[in-house]
Design a protein around this ligand. Structure first.
Ligand code: ADP
Length: 301
């Protein structure tokens, strides 16, 4: 098969591993910097041009779209879809998952466990918002944040009030969330490929840190999931329309709760901590499923 990996940087661990895994399995693979592509969207024969040449005859693309590049990145993925090329994740599913609020609304509709969550832009009723999630301590998140930036634990109601006021002054969209203290600074990253959890790791924040993000100094170890955690991860990926997804769960007193579903989950932490060849699983899934026009997204939200 001829596979394109859409990535800004061929030297990134995830990009390198996907390329290696595809080559090992005998595929013809190319890394394409999607930001440098341009597209002819008007013709009967839609095209994508890269480095002065039209991209042709690809069977599948693997999008690795940076969070800050969602708009242009998903446009390039969509163009491949218009050309009938199979994508490991469809453009619509990527866009959907990039909006944290939309993601939580979709999961709630499917009856998937979530931390109690409120959403606001410029409410005057700050106390009401805080009470929605059961008062302090609570977590306040900027809707546009990634890698744990813009995620604040407010231990008291006055602290929560001032953080919310500050974010309101910045005109930011915020989520407020019940604080799952029993997770003890750890979360679970479940790596789902084609409706199965292929690997899972537990990430633990450094002492005194409630955020477990590896970028914030957290450490990762392989973990065995309970059947309930496994099915929550699989259902979450399916609800979002993602074939490849990193589903982040917290172990709460009321069962697994989902924080986020990621459409370009990193491979380094999960492969190193579990020893699973996750890149190989993604390539196997693509080679089994890549048929032109297969599996169009049917999610309504
Ligand atoms: P980001 O998308 O920026 O990584 P997250 O919403 O995933 O932000 O939050 C970062 C980390 O903070 C999570 O991995 C988790 O460890 C911790 N965290 C987030 N929300 C909660 C919560 N409601 N209760 C307890 N811990 C949380």
């Amino acid at each position: 098969m001829k596979i394109a990996i859409l990535s800004q940087d061929a030297s990134l661990y995830s990009t390198r591993r996907l390329r290696e895994a595809a080559e090992e399995k005998g595929h013809d693979v190319r890394v394409i910097n999607y930001l440098r592509c341009y597209m002819n969207i008007t013709s009967h024969n839609p095209t994508i041009v890269y480095n002065g040449k039209t991209l042709e005859n690809f069977d599948a693309v693997i999008p690795r779209i940076g969070a800050s590049r969602t708009f242009y990145g998903t446009a390039v993925v969509r163009q491949f879809e218009v050309m009938g090329v199979f994508s490991a994740n469809e453009s619509q599913a990527i866009s959907r998952s990039r909006d944290k609020l939309r993601c939580l609304q979709i999961l709630a509709r499917e009856g998937i466990g979530l931390p109690v969550t409120g959403f606001a832009h410029a409410t005057e009723d700050i106390d009401g918002l805080i009470d929605t999630v059961g008062g302090a301590p609570l977590v306040i998140k900027l809707l546009e944040g990634t890698q744990g930036l813009g995620v604040v634990l407010a231990e008291t109601k006055p602290a929560a009030r001032s953080v919310i006021e500050a974010f309101r002054g910045l005109e930011a969209n915020i989520l407020v969330q019940e604080y799952i203290s029993e997770a003890k600074g750890a979360d679970l990253r479940c790596f789902v490929v084609g409706g199965k959890v292929v690997a899972a790791m537990k990430r633990q924040g450094p002492p005194g840190e409630f955020r477990s993000n590896l970028h914030r100094g957290g450490s990762a170890t392989g973990v065995k999931l309970t059947p309930e955690e496994r099915s929550t991860a699989v259902r979450s990926a399916k609800a979002m329309g993602l074939r490849v997804a990193g589903v982040d769960l917290l172990r709460s007193n009321h069962g697994p709760v989902v924080m986020e579903v990621n459409s370009s989950p990193g491979l380094e932490g999960i492969e190193r901590s579990t020893g699973v060849n996750v890149a190989g699983k993604i390539i196997d899934f693509i080679s089994k499923n890549a048929k032109p026009g297969s599996g169009r997204d049917r999610i309504q939200y």
